[in-house]
Structure formats: structure tokens, C-alpha cells
Design a protein around this ligand. Structure first.
Ligand code: ADP
Ligand code: MG
Length: 578
């Protein structure tokens, strides 16, 4: 349980601010996260890690010479936004390119991906290295679907050292991917973790039980079993990881025995007493093993075992010196220029100038009301959606939708005040939603809303046809980012039937209001039917069995929102009279 906090909503930001102050010799607070204080005199590849908060020392704790150049810091257990990733990259870039590295979670993949598109378009070469070490999260046949857990640390360490040694972007990326390919982790949890201010833990394990194969976001284990003795646990972890060796004949291993947040170091050392001899008996030499907290999960109790099969170059970078707030190894004599990049380096978002017609302004007023309705509805549904997401996901869907829609409403109101037409108003709302919501659904809703607005434009009152096309643009954008299909148990299962039904009804002459209401009813039915499906995309996928019987939270919220906003989008606007 987390006991020290003010407003729970500010917890991640306040923790980051405190961290940056305490370690101001090494790190500097920037918009979206933190970067290394002082740039090297010669350009080097900027290695930027990131993800949600709650995993300290991952990710900001490993910023410093020999390790990361920056960390993008999201809310607790939530992906940072594309805007945050972009901003940290701009602050950390010293002219030799950027590599984003993070665990394989849909929200992170999309947000870092979008930031990379933007950086590349500006001429800053940017690459992404995903970590997929968790052997419990997908089968060997679907290895690319595995999520990243404590193996993050090895991949970041290798890339950080390689970049420090002056290797170019291509080589740093190649080494990172190789480190990931040769890394395997299995985790186990003994108790859940609790968000600051939350009354209930994210999940519970019965006393005396442990969950094998946990994720670092409190996703419950793949199966639960009686709590074994330390020796039995050590044997189980070693047996499982060694059963899945990568294609390497190396007998040298980097080893991490990681605590999840509230497991004592002493307990880990007791476990190590079993793990180390078993690995040595299997013929391995253990190279600079780490026993401690490197990638945590709030106050979860549990441990994970990570092995990386080292070849010569991986070993060179694994053992290289590093100096960071949470992790120090060897002697460092780094070339750090005193010239401190100031925060103005990051392009300020310029305030948009709007040009819109009277007709579009009248419709924009209705769009604003639609966003207002959405925000109120989601606020009332927060716990329902959160509980639904906690069954097989991480329980944050309600909170993310509330945060996203509240930010969207604020941005929409400002845009309206400044004269935005309907299209610009919704695009601004979408950008704010994506920036503040966090999570997979936040990126998708934000990008979809922007596409919706772009189709509406700022000139005309949309005809029913245009409205249907805007909904289709919303769906297409989400499909291209999320790559989910019908039946994958995502929001697409409600959205695609909605979009098709609206198109059909409008093209056959039904009035917009009735067409929308009927399409929303179909989306509601489709969302409810997702209860029977097994999730094939997103965080819930590894826990597919647990999800059966519960509808998809993203499909549920989408159907609710679409049903509620119909009257605003379909009413014929009354132009303002002067
Ligand atoms: P996170 O999964 O990052 O915690 P949320 O809990 O806010 O994000 O949202 C979860 C919802 O996001 C799921 O219920 C599902 O509807 C939707 N979702 C997840 N992955 C995808 C995807 N690839 N495409 C479309 N929707 C997705
Ligand atoms: Mg979630």
C-alpha cells in the first residue's frame, strides 16, 4: 500500500519532481520526463527509455553516463504520450540520432512510434527497440508478442554502454535487439499492488498462494499455486527459464534476480542461494549478477529471474561502467560538457490561429457539448470500467478515459473560446486526450478524434454523409494504429459495426438522428457480445481465459459514449444570430 501522497492524481508528477531534485547532479527535469544533466561534448546516440511510473528504478533511475540519456515518464502503469516522448527526445538529442527502448506494450508502441515519425520527419533519425523478455506472456511461436519486464534493464544497459562508447545509431540498435533476443525472464507474485489512494489492491492472491508469470503492471499470474519453499521456488524459476534458451551456445550469463517492490533483499539473497548453484551446475558462468530491485511494480511482492546469454560484445557492454541515481558500476570518467541545454530547446507548441465559418462555429458548439457529455458520462462510469479492465487487464481503463476526456474538454473549451470551427475543436480535443489519458485506449481515442475532426473541417455544417465519413475516418485511424480486427476483443468490435451501420442507414435515407441511435444500439449489443471472446490484442491477451465472460472494457466505453453523443452530432445546428 502507498501511504505517502497528496492528491493521488499528482503522485507520478510529484515523485518525478522529487527524484529530479534529489539527483540534480545527474538528471534534469524536462517536459515529459527527465534527461541527463549536461550533454557530452561530442554527439552521441541518445538512448531513451520509458514507460509508466511505478517501476522505479525503471526508468528514470538509470539516467546517467554509461546508461540512459533520458526517460519518458508516464502516469502510474500508463504509457507516456507521444508528445512527452517527442519532448524528451528533443532535449536529449545531441546530433547522433535517438533510440527509444521500452517494454512491448501496445500503448508504448503506438506513442513512441508516433513520436519517432515526427522526429524522423524533422531529420532526427529515430529507432525503436522493443523488449520482449517475459516468457510467460506468449508462447515461443509468438515470441514477438511477449511483453517486456525486468529484461528491460539488460537491453537498456547494453545500449547505454554502446552509445557511450561512441557507436553509431545502427550499431546501438543492433546490439539492443541482440540483447533482447538473448534475454529470458520469468516472474512470480506473492501479493498485489495498490495505486496511491486506491482502497483495493489491483489484484489479490489468497494468503499462502503465489501467481506464476506475473506482469509488472499487476496483471495477475497465468496460474496460481501454493507458495513453495525458497528452494522449490528457485528450482522452478531456473527450470522454466532454462527450458527456453535462445539460439546461443554461450555459457556466460548476465543474471538479474529482481524484487518487485516489497520483497526484501534478504529474501532475494535466500533465493539466490538456490538459483546461482543451479545455473552453475547447468554449466554457466555468471557474469556480474544483480540481486535487487531493478524493475518494480509499485508495492507488489514477488521476484523475477532474468538471464541473458552473453556473447563477447554483449558482455563488454553489460560489464561497462555506469553512473546513475539508482545504479553504479565500475569507474567512470566521462566527458560531460557543462553547456546545459535549456528547456527552450523543445519547440513550444504554437497556439493555433483559427479560421472558421459561422456555420462551423455553430456546429462546434454542439461538438463541445458532445465532449462535455462524454466527460460527465465517463466520470460516472469510472469504477465500472476500471473493474471490468481489472479482470484481465490492469484496471486503469476507467481512470484513463476520465483523464483523457477531461483534458479533451478543457482543450475543446479553449479552442472554442479562440474561435475554432468544429474540425479544429475536435482535433485539439483529440490531441489533449492522447497526451493526458495514457494507456492504449487513450492514444487510440485521441488519434481517432483528431481524424474525425479533420474530416469535418472548419467550413461546412456536416451533411449526414460527411458525418458518417468522419466516423469512418475515426475507425480507420484507430485500425491503422492498433491493427486490431473484428473478433480480437477490442473497441473495434463495437466501433466497426457502428461505422458500417451508420453508413448503411444514412445512405438508405434514414434521418441522421435515427440512424445514429440505431447504430449505437448495435454497437451496444456488439460490445456486450465481446464477453464471449478471447482477447487477441492488448494487455488482456496473456490472460485470455480470465477475460472470457466479461465484455471488453474499451468496447463497452466506446458504445456508451457513442450512444450518448448522438443527439449532439446529429442535431441541425442553429447559426448564432448577431
Ligand atoms: P491499457 O490496455 O494500455 O491499460 P486501457 O485499459 O485504457 O489501456 O484500454 C484497454 C482497451 O483498449 C481494451 O479494452 C481494448 O478495447 C482497447 N485496445 C487495446 N489494444 C487495442 C488495439 N490494438 N486496437 C484497438 N483497441 C485496443
Ligand atoms: Mg488497462
Amino acid at each position: 500500500m502507498t501511504r505517502i501522497f497528496n492528491d493521488p492524481a499528482d503522485f507520478a508528477d510529484e515523485a518525478l519532481a522529487g527524484f529530479c531534485d534529489a539527483h540534480s547532479d545527474l538528471v534534469r527535469h524536462v517536459e515529459g520526463g527527465a534527461v541527463r544533466r549536461g550533454r557530452t561534448a561530442t554527439p552521441k546516440v541518445a538512448v531513451i527509455t520509458g514507460g509508466g511510473s511505478g517501476h522505479y528504478p525503471a526508468f528514470a533511475g538509470i539516467i546517467g553516463p554509461g546508461f540512459a540519456d533520458g526517460a519518458v515518464v508516464g502516469n502510474i502503469f500508463t504509457s507516456p504520450s507521444a508528445q512527452q516522448a517527442y519532448s524528451v527526445a528533443k532535449a536529449a538529442n545531441s546530433g547522433a540520432g535517438v533510440v527509444f527502448s521500452y517494454g512491448n506494450y501496445a500503448g508504448d508502441v503506438m506513442n513512441f512510434g508516433m513520436a519517432s515519425e515526427r522526429l524522423n520527419a524533422e531529420g532526427i533519425p529515430t529507432e525503436n527497440v522493443l523488449v520482449t523478455d517475459d516468457i510467460a506472456s506468449a508462447s515461443p511461436e509468438e515470441i514477438e508478442k511477449r511483453r517486456g519486464i525486468a529484461g528491460d534493464f539488460v537491453v537498456f544497459k547494453v545500449m547505454g554502454a554502446a552509445a557511450e562508447a561512441g557507436l553509431d545509431l545502427h550499431s546501438v540498435v543492433r546490439l539492443g535487439r541482440k540483447a533482447n533476443e538473448f534475454t529470458r525472464t520469468i516472474g512470480t507474485a506473492f501479493s498485489g499492488c495498490t495505486f496511491p489512494g486506491a482502497e483495493q489492491p489491483l489484484f489479490r492472491l489468497p494468503e499462502g498462494q503465489m501467481g506464476l508469470g506475473l506482469g509488472i503492471h499487476g496483471e495477475p499470474g497465468l496460474f496460481d499455486t501454493e507458495l513453495p519453499s525458497a528452494v522449490e521456488l528457485g528450482q522452478e524459476l531456473v527450470r522454466r527459464v532454462l527450458a527456453e534458451p535462445p539460439a546461443s551456445d554461450s555459457t556466460r550469463l548476465a543474471v538479474i534476480l529482481n524484487g518487485l517492490g516489497s520483497t526484501k533483499h534478504e529474501e532475494l539473497f535466500v533465493l539466490w542461494r538456490t538459483v546461482a548453484p543451479l545455473l552453475r551446475e547447468a554449466g554457466y558462468t555468471l557474469v556480474m549478477p544483480e540481486v535487487g530491485e531493478l524493475v518494480t511494480s509499485l508495492d507488489m511482492a514477488g521476484a523475477s529471474l532474468t538471464l541473458t546469454w552473453l556473447d563477447e560484445e554483449l558482455e563488454q557492454y553489460w560489464t561497462a561502467p555506469a553512473l546513475t541515481p539508482a545504479y553504479r558500476r565500475g569507474a567512470v570518467g566521462f566527458d560531460v560538457a557543462s553547456a546545459d541545454a535549456d528547456e527552450a530547446d523543445v519547440d513550444a507548441l504554437t497556439a493555433a490561429d483559427y479560421s472558421s465559418t459561422e456555420a462551423s462555429r455553430a456546429y462546434a458548439a454542439q461538438c463541445l457539448r458532445a465532449v462535455d457529455t462524454t466527460t460527465a458520462l465517463l466520470r460516472d462510469s469510472e469504477s465500472l470500467l476500471g473493474d471490468m479492465d481489472a479482470i484481465a487487464g490492469d484496471g486503469d481503463h476507467g481512470r484513463g478515459m476520465v483523464r483523457g476526456s477531461a483534458a479533451a474538454l478543457e482543450a475543446a473549451a479553449v479552442a472554442f473560446e479562440r474561435g475554432a470551427g468544429a474540425g479544429s475543436l475536435l482535433a485539439a480535443a483529440g490531441d489533449a486526450w492522447a497526451d493526458k489519458a495514457g494507456g492504449t485506449s487513450g492514444v487510440l481515442w485521441g488519434a481517432g478524434l483528431r481524424a474525425f475532426g479533420e474530416r469535418l473541417g472548419d467550413a461546412e455544417t456536416p451533411t449526414p454523409d460527411v458525418l458518417a465519413q468522419a466516423v469512418r475516418a475515426f475507425a480507420d485511424r484507430i485500425a491503422s494504429l492498433g491493427k486490431a480486427e473484428i473478433g480480437d476483443k477490442t473497441m473495434m468490435d463495437a466501433l466497426l459495426p457502428f461505422a458500417s451501420s451508420l453508413e448503411d442507414r444514412i445512405s438508405s435515407g434514414t434521418v441522421a438522428e435515427d440512424a445514429w441511435a440505431a447504430a449505437a444500439a448495435e454497437a451496444t449489443t456488439a460490445a456486450a457480445s465481446t464477453a464471449e471472446l478471447r482477447p487477441l490484442k492488448g494487455r488482456a491477451r496473456p490472460l485470455a481465459e480470465k477475460s472470457i465472460g466479461t465484455p471488453d472494457p474499451g468496447a463497452t466505453s466506446l458504445a456508451m459514449v457513442f450512444a450518448a453523443v448522438g443527439p449532439h452530432f446529429t442535431a441541425v445546428p442553429v447559426p448564432a444570430t448577431n
